[in-house]
Ligand binder design. Structure first.
Ligand code: NDP
Length: 387
């Protein structure tokens, strides 16, 4: 873990970095709480640069695994406002191939032992944490301490306390935190969200979200098959159903009414399937299902005057949907992850709200923890931290 610089030193660094790169941060005004600060307009600093200028944010990927190599690095090439400029890895043997494939300089390549030096690298603006879930907290806190903005993959962390530590670290270091909820940036999903926001079919009366994939149970020597690493259906896929019910209904759940989980039978076993019922204020309920051994994938919203749904709800491509009166949601979307990263880059450049800030990730982890508690106790469990 890095020796922590003082906040004032870090803010000075951010100012210098901004001046050096032509992109202006507003130190102290950019925090993890993503709302616009009223003080922003009173700042003596010039306004942040607007989009579509030549400036791109320099992104360093932390964790060169499957999602980073298969999805995020290729998607970065398709962005308008981002550029892959840095690598951080615990496997330095991966660096030569990544460097040559993506044109990354040796001086922008770090290991987990040297990553704190990235604080002095003006070419990097954002560290994108793409590692096993149980490591997100530590890597995100370290990333924040370098003075770089932090993007972190879903699910945000193991529990609410870890999420809060990540948010606090970003606030203390004057940087921002976004969660890689790609579906919230996906245009057809955003059309569905808009139907709820506009009450297009009247008030929501119920919902279900199923996110699962069929296959063999995850190997027990891989983090996805290890409970203490954040493996299992609920963290991996279930977070899509929990998050989907939130954006689909635009409501915060107040309780897990009931939940069941099936697990393998060994120490550190993960859930293979989880089913749960959430209750919202007013008594409306929603059903969630998630699995790593069964295929299903849909988000369905029932409203007073009709229904609408996205099916499938969370593949990388091919999200589409329909409504009870025959509207189709679903022109093909070229690349979700590039839209996600451009949205998040613009939010940083313009000091506007993230679509999926750390605070949202924390709320979903609170729901996941309540689902686990309900499954273990067999009782209804109140959900905290939804305000
Ligand atoms: P992988 O197992 O393929 O890669 C994880 C990488 O994390 C490793 O290659 C390694 O990179 C690094 N790492 C750091 N610490 C550890 C550790 N203790 N054990 C194992 N690896 C470690 O996982 P994925 O890339 O599939 O998933 C990574 C994250 O991305 C997870 O949070 C997952 O939920 C999320 N994800 C999100 C998706 C989405 O659609 N939004 C899709 C898939 C995954 P190195 O060798 O460079 O250190």
């Amino acid at each position: 873990m890095s020796s922590k610089k003082s906040i004032s030193t870090r803010r000075r660094f951010l100012r210098q970095s901004a001046a050096a790169t032509g992109f202006l941060f507003v130190p102290g005004l950019i925090g993890c709480s993503s709302g616009n600060s009223p003080a922003a307009s009173e700042s003596a600093n010039p306004a942040p640069r607007r989009p579509n200028e030549d400036r791109k944010l320099g992104i360093a990927i932390l964790g060169l695994g499957g999602y980073a190599s298969g999805q995020i690095a290729p998607a970065l090439k398709l962005t308008e406002h981002c550029e892959l400029r840095g690598l951080i890895t615990g496997s330095p043997e991966k660096l030569p191939e990544w460097q040559s494939k993506h044109g990354i300089k040796e001086e922008n390549s770090y290991t987990y032992d040297t990553m704190d030096e990235i604080a002095d690298n003006d070419e990097i603006d954002v560290i994108y944490v793409i590692t096993p879930t149980a490591t997100h907290r530590d890597f995100a806190v370290r990333a924040a301490s370098t003075g770089k903005h932090v993007w972190c993959e879903k699910p945000m962390a193991m529990d609410v306390a870890e999420c809060q530590e990540m948010i606090d670290a970003c606030n203390e270091n004057g940087v921002r935190l976004a969660i890689g909820y790609r579906m919230m940036h996906e245009p057809n999903t955003r059309d569905l969200i808009q139907l709820t926001k506009e009450n297009a079919y009247g008030a929501v009366t119920g919902a279900h979200a199923y996110a699962g994939y069929g296959g063999s149970p995850p190997a027990t020597d891989y983090w996805r098959g290890q409970r203490d690493m954040g493996g299992g259906a609920l963290y991996d896929m279930g977070v899509y159903s929990v998050n989907g019910l939130r954006y689909g209904t635009q409501m915060a759940p107040e309780a897990v009414v009931k939940a069941t989980q099936t697990r393998q039978d060994h120490d550190n076993a993960v859930d293979l399937t989880t089913e749960y019922t959430l209750r919202y204020p007013g008594g409306i309920t929603a059903e969630g299902k998630t699995s790593v051994v069964t295929n299903y994938n849909e988000l369905h919203i029932e409203a007073e005057e009709g229904w609408y749904e996205i099916d499938p709800m969370q593949p990388y491509t091919g999200v589409k949907g329909e409504t009870s009166d025959g509207k189709i949601l679903g022109p093909p979307v070229p690349n979700q992850q590039s839209i996600q990263m451009d949205d998040d880059a613009l939010a940083i450049m313009n000091d506007t709200e993230f679509i999926a800030p750390g605070e949202l990730g924390l709320k979903d982890i609170a729901v996941i923890r309540a689902i686990i508690e309900s499954a273990e106790s067999g009782q209804e469990v109140a959900i905290q931290h939804q305000g």
